[in-house]
Design a protein around this ligand. Structure first.
Ligand code: NAP
Length: 340
């Protein structure tokens, strides 16, 4: 053990008590006082500083078949986090180092060194390793460039455009030569941000009227790429506006995550046939090989301000659940982060 600072006796952590049906309710969760973890051989003890809440966590609260195991009932939930190592029993990581790991929803975590990635607070603010330079950033990069096979001159439409992934998709498309970028979001303030700060060519508030009509007005010559974060009427509208050889990257369908019944699919899938278009889902975890290229290309854009980002920061472990519920309500602009 390289360092043993005075630590609290208890570790506060969020447990899932019951599987939410529809919108998650506070009673489905509990903030629990657990014993302080002791790092074993090859482990580090991390004091979490920034904890991520992400839409995919809604899926892990359910036990429906998916690509990742459900959270266990009565146990602490998981998610991305960045923290400071306060004690180390592992080679290569020392007290005082900062690490990215997967044991969020709690104040302290004992983490196997192989599951902790050192991050440099001098190179970028620590919270960005959960956002613009982290998992959502790579999602935007891989989904746009690989799954949607973006090419210069494309007209790109992205939903959830003021969120962590969406804001990065739109700006990346602009930086890489899109002829037109259109975004949709759920408030007028977000729409203004997209156009005035992020350089989108057009944006609309999907709550103002039918998405298909608003999209047709914003993209009179159709779209080549749709990056879907939302599903539902957005997906149907995008299919309806596809040009020949269109490409749809299915990243997420947040409008459906609290559904209790399967929703009807888009009614206009025949457009895929008529336009020789392709629609493909992807998971960021399938594209980890792009990580070095992503950091090389996007890191300098972020450092220079060519690619802008926002974070919505909620303070305190006691507000971790509210922060999560906030992303389902659209409270966030850019990445939702919990600061401990
Ligand atoms: P985010 O966009 O930062 O936050 C979620 C946003 O979704 C909210 O701010 C809200 O913004 C919007 N939203 C909520 N309910 C909505 C509804 N009914 N209709 C339309 N918009 C709604 O979250 P993120 O982390 O960047 O994730 C964006 C999407 O990517 C999610 O679908 C997520 O599941 C997906 N994702 C997929 C992968 C992957 O590997 N495939 C990885 C990361 C994320 P408004 O105010 O605009 O409504």
């Amino acid at each position: 053990m390289t360092n043993t600072p005075a630590l609290p006796d208890v570790n506060r952590e969020w447990h899932l008590l019951s599987r939410p049906v529809g919108w998650p309710k506070p009673e489905d969760f509990a903030l629990v006082e657990a014993p302080m973890p002791t790092p074993g051989e090859g482990q580090v003890l991390v004091r979490n500083l920034y904890v991520s809440v992400d839409p995919y966590m809604r899926g892990r609260m359910s036990d429906a078949k998916s690509y990742v195991a459900p959270f266990e009932l009565g146990k602490v939930m998981q998610g991305g986090a960045v923290g400071e190592v306060v004690a180390s029993n592992a080679e290569g990581i020392s007290a005082g180092d900062h690490v990215l790991h997967f044991f969020g929803w709690r104040e302290y975590a004992a983490v196997d060194a192989e599951n902790a990635v050192k991050v440099d607070p001098q190179a970028a603010p620590l919270s960005t390793y959960l956002g613009v330079l982290g998992m959502p950033g790579l999602t935007a990069y891989a989904g746009l460039l690989r799954t949607a096979a973006f090419k210069e001159g494309d007209v790109v439409f992205v939903s959830g455009a003021a969120g962590a992934v969406g804001s990065q998709v739109g700006q990346t498309a602009k930086l890489k030569g899109a002829s037109r970028v259109i975004g949709s979001a759920g408030s007028d303030a977000k729409v203004k941000l997209l156009v005035e700060e992020y350089g989108f060519d057009a944006a609309f508030n999907y709550k103002d009227g039918p998405v298909s009509e608003q999209l047709r007005a914003a993209a009179p010559d159709g779209i080549d790429v749709y990056f879907d974060n939302v599903g539902g009427d957005h997906l149907e509208a995008a299919i309806g506006s596809l040009n020949q050889g269109g490409r749809i990257a299915i990243c997420g369908m947040i409008s459906r995550y609290n559904d209790t019944e399967p929703a009807p699919g888009p009614r206009n899938l025949v457009r895929l046939l008529q336009t020789r278009s392709r629609m493909e889902g992807f998971l960021v975890s399938d594209h980890e090989d792009l990580q070095p290229q992503f950091v090389r290309e996007v890191g300098p854009w972020v450092a220079s301000g060519a690619l802008k980002y926002r974070e919505t920061v909620v303070e305190g472990i006691e507000n971790n659940l509210e922060a999560f519920l906030g992303i389902l309500r659209g409270d966030n602009t850019g990445k939702m982060i919990v600061k401990l």
